[in-house]
Each structure stands twice: as structure tokens, then as C-alpha cells.
Design a protein around this ligand. Structure first.
Ligand code: ZN
Length: 299
């Protein structure tokens, strides 16, 4: 009888001990799974944070290029807010709009790389004179420059013969730009500027008519106040540099005319950029808020 009871007691003890061990195992197992999950959650949070930090970093680097990386996550929100608004020229002391006419052509790709190197945005008044380079219009747009219309043909004898001819040519180039950029252009520049007198040879008074008409058609036209003198292939690189820097020095807001179809002129751009940056000028691309510059119409 006593033996029987002892046996029972041992069995009960074994069962209790096993239960205890089992519950300890369960508690241990549950706690490891929970910490594991927590660790995973933390990991993925850290990942997404570092990803957004990376994005902030790229953004503020490209926009300012001067932030200390420890300040980046705080600064970036402020900066992207101010950058997304259109930049008005009045916000700066000395502003330069670099404008390049007649391209795209054989020197345009190098010019785009150069502008990237100095993080400068410009405005291109494009034509379709060099049809092999048409796809560079998309590239100009993609790299943040403004694409505006010069003409399709750049043929004075055709476009200044009649309002209809000019309109037909303008629409043709506007279509090319829209096809390349996905955007309808809104700024134009007349070949020779609005003050050109060559047009008198083809149609009396046409510039007076066209300078009003483009507005009715939904465009704004823009001349310049600093000429590089590169309309002639005789102008040397040094002379282009001289003309542009002297011209810019005289104005609070400069609209510089150069041609990205002129190799000698393009060779002056890097020194012009260096000079402008060293002297505190801000280079801007034209936008809907840019005040247009108009010459005195002379035909
Ligand atoms: Zn031109």
C-alpha cells in the first residue's frame, strides 16, 4: 500500500516537473519570437529612414550643393518648399539669363555637359536647321533648361514675307518642341530680334504686326540686352567673353544672346560661367514669371 502511494507520488512529481519544463519552454519560445519580430520591424524602419535620408541628401545636394550632411534632413523640407515655387528675378541682386539661339547643332551636347558641370540652367531658342540634332531638344528639357521657339526654318525670306508664313513656321516648330518635351512652348524670339530691319526687304511693317500677333497666339517674345557679337563667325572667343562680361556688368538683369551653333562662341562659355559665379551673379532659366525684354520695333 505504502509502496503503491510512493509510486503515485513519484508519477505526480514527474508530471508536475514536465509541466513546469514545458511552460518554461513555451515562455522562452514566445519571448524569442517577439524580440525577433521587434528586431525585424526596427530593421525595416531603419531601412526606410536611411532611404529617405538618401533621397533628401541627393535633393539638397543638387539644389544647394553646400549643406553639411548633418543638417540635411532638417534643411531639406524647407529647401524643397522654396525651390518648388517659381523663382522671380527680383529675389536676386544680379541675374543673368543665358540664351542660346539657332540650335540644337553639333556643339549643343558639349554645352549641355558644361552647364551641368556648373549647375547652371539656361534658355534655348531652338530651330530645326540641323535636323540630325533634333533629339537634343528633349535633352535640353530633361536637364532643366527652358526650351523656347526661334523658328523652324530660320529663313528670313520665308518667315518675314507674310503673317501666314510666319505663323505656319511657328506652329511647325512649336509642334517639334511639344513632341520632344511634352510641353507646349510659351516664349519665342524673332530671328534678328523684334528690331530687325532685314524684314523690310520682304514685307513692310511685318514686325509691328507680328509683335502683336504672337501675344494673340498665346506666346510672349523676348529680345536681349547683352549681345555676344557671335552672329559673325569673325568674332573671336576672347571677344565674345569680353562682350558678354562687359555687357553683364552694366545691368542688374541681363539677357545674353549667344548661338550654340557657333564653335568659337561656345568656347567662351566656361570662362563666362566662372566669371559670373565669382562675381555673384545668379544664372536663371526663363519661366512664365520672367519679364520679357523688347527692342524697339523698326519695321
Ligand atoms: Zn537666329
Amino acid at each position: 500500500m505504502i509502496r503503491h502511494m510512493r509510486k503515485k507520488g513519484i508519477a505526480l512529481g514527474v508530471i508536475l516537473i514536465s509541466l513546469l519544463i514545458l511552460s518554461l519552454v513555451i515562455i522562452y519560445y514566445r519571448s524569442t519570437v517577439e524580440t525577433g519580430n521587434e528586431a525585424k520591424v526596427e530593421e525595416s524602419q531603419a531601412e526606410s529612414e536611411s532611404e529617405s535620408e538618401k533621397e533628401d541628401y541627393t535633393e539638397s545636394q543638387s539644389e544647394a550643393g553646400r549643406e553639411d550632411s548633418s543638417e540635411i534632413s532638417q534643411e531639406s523640407t524647407k529647401e524643397s518648399e522654396s525651390v518648388s515655387k517659381p523663382v522671380a528675378a527680383e529675389a536676386y541682386d544680379k541675374v543673368v539669363y543665358l540664351t542660346f539661339d539657332d540650335g540644337p547643332g553639333p556643339y549643343t551636347a558639349d554645352l549641355l555637359d558644361l552647364l551641368d558641370k556648373y549647375n547652371v540652367k539656361a534658355t534655348f531658342f531652338v530651330t530645326r536647321q540641323y535636323s540630325n540634332y533634333e533629339n537634343l531638344i528633349a535633352e535640353e528639357y530633361k536637364r532643366g533648361h527652358t526650351v523656347a521657339v526661334h523658328t523652324y526654318s530660320h529663313s528670313y525670306g520665308y518667315i518675314y514675307q507674310s503673317v501666314d508664313n510666319y505663323y505656319e513656321d511657328l506652329m511647325a516648330m512649336s509642334d517639334v518642341v511639344e513632341r520632344q518635351t511634352g510641353q507646349k512652348p510659351s516664349i519665342v524670339r524673332f530671328p534678328g530680334g523684334s528690331s530687325n530691319t532685314i524684314s523690310r526687304n520682304y514685307c513692310q511693317g511685318i514686325m509691328s504686326t507680328l509683335s502683336n500677333k504672337v501675344g494673340e497666339w498665346g506666346y510672349r517674345y523676348c529680345d536681349w540686352n547683352v549681345s555676344s557679337g557671335d552672329g559673325s563667325n569673325q568674332t573671336s572667343t576672347d571677344q565674345v567673353y569680353e562682350n558678354v562680361t562687359t555687357g553683364i556688368s552694366k545691368h542688374k538683369v541681363s539677357i545674353v544672346l549667344q548661338h550654340d551653333t557657333n564653335e568659337k562662341s561656345m568656347a567662351a562659355v566656361e570662362d563666362i560661367l566662372k566669371w559670373g559665379i565669382a562675381n555673384g551673379y545668379t544664372f536663371l532659366p526663363m519661366d512664365d514669371n520672367t519679364e520679357m525684354m523688347h527692342h524697339k520695333v523698326a519695321n
